[in-house]
Design a protein. Structure first.
Length: 319
């Protein structure tokens, strides 16, 4: 299915020229449908995609999946989708607009939502067959979601925080976001915000690491789902495969990753060790580059999905 409906009338022509095509998930905010995307190996392979009318009629990602695909399950646990069964060390997990729906929507203290998991028109629902034991609270694969429409029908305010607002990387990031209809405010790097504020941090890692929400990028990648790690006090970047094996990133590599501290709105990292990597990361803020990905490394001359090399498990097709 290939349909392009402008997110905002003011940017319709620019969107068509920029994309040169169309894909599932490219819809306007008034479209009542949702996109269902089925992938495997951390989004490395897209198995299916379909637009589902009347998104709000489905209470959650599992209901949406079961309404359109042949699903074998055990309670809330999905065992197989259209005959593709989770093998040893694998599991089916869902993402809604790039966020783990199990965490629910961000909310301010004392304003907890009464209903969790409800789908909203325009949502992008991804079911992915991936290695077990991986925690991925936020991913970049639904870009420009959730920065555009938020989660569970609640839009986030979005703040762009740059080390240097005059630097090319900051200008590129702002242009990429605004061209997709994301209303952004420009804020001072590191300024505190509320739990419902989504942040896009554009800065070299030596500066970005001051943001507490991004510090997990120096820790266990299985706790972030990004499969990238800054080491040597942020002076080097490592890219990891699904087994946790690390490869040094070359100079000039940028990283685009999303993290979600607790139940707060996500914080996106557009970063790199050096200025070349930072600019490469900003240029990677694109639907086709980020599609279905958990995180993305922009190495010189090549975009690399993370984790490197796909799955740690071995999915089985039903016979």
């Amino acid at each position: 299915m290939c349909r392009l409906r402008a997110r905002l009338a003011a940017v319709a022509a620019a969107s068509i020229l920029a994309l040169g095509g169309c894909a599932v998930g490219e819809r306007g905010p008034d479209d009542p449908s949702a996109s269902l995307i089925v992938t495997r190996d951390f989004g490395a392979e897209r198995l299916d995609e379909v637009e589902v009318p009347r998104a709000a009629a489905h209470r959650d990602a599992l209901a949406l999946l079961a309404s359109t695909r042949r699903v074998e399950r055990e309670g809330p646990r999905v065992l197989a989708v259209d005959g593709v069964r989770a093998g040893p060390g694998e599991e089916w997990r869902s993402l809604v607009n790039g966020l783990d729906p199990a965490l629910g929507p961000p909310f301010a203290p004392g304003r907890e939502p009464k209903v969790l998991g409800t789908l909203a028109p325009g949502d992008i629902v991804q079911w992915d067959l991936r290695a077990t034991g991986v925690r991925a609270p936020a991913t970049v694969g639904a870009f420009p979601e959730p920065l555009l429409s938020g989660f569970a029908g609640r839009r986030f305010p979005v703040r762009l925080e740059c080390e240097d607002t005059e630097a090319p990387a900051c200008s590129i990031a702002r242009e990429r976001l605004e061209a997709r209809g994301v209303p952004v405010s420009l804020g001072i790097l590191g300024t505190q915000g509320g739990p419902t504020l989504a942040r896009v941090v554009v800065a070299p890692w030596s500066v970005a690491r001051r943001i507490s929400a991004l510090l997990p990028l120096e820790g266990d990648p299985r706790r972030t789902g990004a499969y990238a790690r800054f080491v040597d006090e942020g002076r080097r970047l490592e890219l990891l495969d699904a087994e946790g094996r690390a490869s040094p990133a070359p100079q000039g590599t940028g990283l685009v990753a999303a993290l979600r501290p607790g139940t707060d709105a996500p914080t996106w990292a557009v970063t790199g060790v050096d200025s070349a990597g930072l600019e490469a990361a900003a240029r990677s803020l694109d639907e086709r580059a980020l599609r279905d990905r958990y995180a993305l490394a922009a190495t010189p001359g090549r975009l690399r999905a993370l984790p490197l090399g796909g799955s740690a498990g071995a999915g089985q097709s039903a016979r």
